[in-house]
Design a protein around this ligand. Sequence first.
Ligand SMILES: O=C(O)COP(=O)(O)O
Ligand SMILES: [Mg+2]
Length: 232
Amino acid sequence: MKFTNKEVLIFDLDGTLIDSVPDLALSINQMLKALNMSAFSTEVIRSWVGNGAEVLTKRALSGNIEINPELDPSFVTKALTIFLDFYEKNVCVDTSVYPHVKATLESLYSSGYRLMIVTNKPEQFVRPILEKLGLNNLFEIVVGGDSLPKRKPDPMQLEYVCDKLSVAPSKCLMIGDSKNDIFAATAANMESIGLTYGYNHGEDINTHGASLVLESFADILGSLEPTTVVAR
Ligand SMILES: O=C(O)COP(=O)(O)O
Ligand SMILES: [Mg+2]
């Protein structure tokens, strides 16, 4: 299938553009050590990423994707502060850009698409990571998981981008690796692409109602008919 009349491409960050799990896992395990708790493997922590820093912290303290309802809120706050302090130091140590991402984004940008990021990662980390990886200048708006009262799977971040740009959801396309991206897009009346190589809590991205599912980031180029955009 080909998408027509798209002008704005909204990308998820973690698991879509970058593999940030090595640094997230390092920082989570440093936090657990500081709290005298046991570490988890990178693979286990990978399945916990996608709902923002606070949920990730709670999952680590619970030792499970299902959060323990009896976690003490002040302990969570303390742990979250420790995690964010470590992550700030580790933010781009072993984080890498997935294959084909840079060249594909540059090609989409040159074709005239407007590129945005809507992530559940706290906003403070996003621009520094993009800068370090040489992607920062490509993105017009970055919305983080703590930028607004609600985050994906809620559509609020996507609606914010549409409002800010005065563009209808039908002209936008959400591209992500997780059901949170697909559910947010659907709730915002936006079409979506699901990518198979990301995290998605170990679940199959085919089962969440994405308009299209792709295996490689490079395949995005062939899925777009550049009908209304003007090359830069
Ligand atoms: O940090 C997270 O929880 C995941 O962020 P994402 O929305 O970019 O996948
Ligand atoms: Mg993601």
